[in-house]
Design a protein around this ligand. Structure first.
Ligand code: 3PG
Length: 305
């Protein structure tokens, strides 16, 4: 049986030998297919794969249909909005993610982005400090929890809103749990987004929430660009000179930002929240172990479909 590691954005080189070892020790063939350029190359490559490890690669219906042997897809990471779950389920293909494995990398980037914006993007002029400022964490999952921990080290006043978590679980970490999105955005100068991208959240962050943020607002998006209502974000950028937006991956409307809102935005050229050696090793190893455990023992921990 073959495990195909298909990643357009390659893993850190340290991850691959560990993935290969886990697969080979369990008696599987492991093929690494990194840095492919066209979606068609993935479609062609999956035809004899029994298991697939991916990152942000798009596992569409076309990919699933082209892989008659496929039994499991593991997204080495948290967000699985890049996998067509219905198409996978229709073909009895199990889909999993590896929650928590790359969270620290994303949390460190979120705080790094806050420092970068507070210090005027390191432009040599006086900036501000994070200490004493309010931070609202939108969704208190694996990443949100780590952002809270690091932000408290900076001396920030940390609040969170998560509709799927009891307030007590948030407050046990010394974080103030708020009752609604409106309350969170209305009371925090910094907002760090950690909601997934799905049918309920797409374009859900717009002027109603952003317009409520206090003076010198900074929106930090290490989640997904799709959760932002970009037309409304542009309206807020236009009407509020004090509003800043920093995002791990550029929005579709990035050309409108260019040259217009200098110093008030920053976008990474490629999604790089989870781009650390540690995160790649953790997520890659977890993905390989999950595949072996599923194929050998039927273990469906972290199944998402
Ligand atoms: C995730 O959902 O885990 C992150 O967005 C990481 O994505 P990546 O594997 O493409 O870096």
């Amino acid at each position: 049986m073959k495990i195909l590691v298909a990643t357009q954005k390659p893993f850190d080189p340290a991850a691959i030998p560990q993935i290969e070892e886990i697969g080979k020790n369990a008696g599987f063939e492991v093929e690494v297919f990194e840095k492919y350029a066209e979606q068609q190359e993935l479609v062609d490559k999956v035809k004899d794969a029994h298991a697939l490890i991916i990152r942000s690669d798009k596992v569409t219906k076309e990919v699933i249909d082209a892989a008659p042997e496929l039994k499991i897809v593991v997204r080495a990471g948290a967000g699985y909005d890049n996998v067509d779950l219905d198409a996978a389920t229709a073909k009895d293909v199990v889909v999993m993610n590896t929650p928590g494995q790359n969270s620290n990398a994303v949390a460190e980037l979120a705080l790094g982005m806050m420092v970068f914006m507070a210090r005027g993007q390191f432009n040599g002029k006086p900036g501000t400090e994070l200490s004493g400022k309010t931070l609202g964490i939108h969704a208190y999952g694996n990443v949100g929890r780590l952002v809270a921990k690091i932000a408290k080290g900076f001396g920030m006043q940390v609040c969170a809103f998560d509709p799927f978590l009891e307030k007590e679980k948030i407050e046990a970490d010394g974080v103030k749990a708020l009752g609604s999105e409106e309350e969170l955005y209305g009371s925090c100068q910094y907002i760090s987004l950690h909601i997934p991208s799905n049918a309920n959240t797409k374009k859900s962050i717009g002027k109603d929430l952003l317009g409520k943020m206090p003076e010198n607002a900074v929106l930090v998006n290490t989640a997904r660009k799709e959760v932002i209502n970009e037309d409304e974000l542009l309206e807020v950028m236009e009407t509020r000179q004090d509003f800043k937006y920093v995002s791990d991956i550029a929005p579709d409307c990035k050309d409108t930002f260019a040259g217009k809102y200098e110093g008030r935005y920053f976008f990474t050229p490629k999604k790089m929240g989870a781009q650390t050696k540690e995160a790649n090793v953790n997520a890659g190893v977890a993905a390989a172990n999950q595949i072996v455990n599923y194929l050998k023992k039927g273990d469906t921990t972290f199944k998402v479909n």
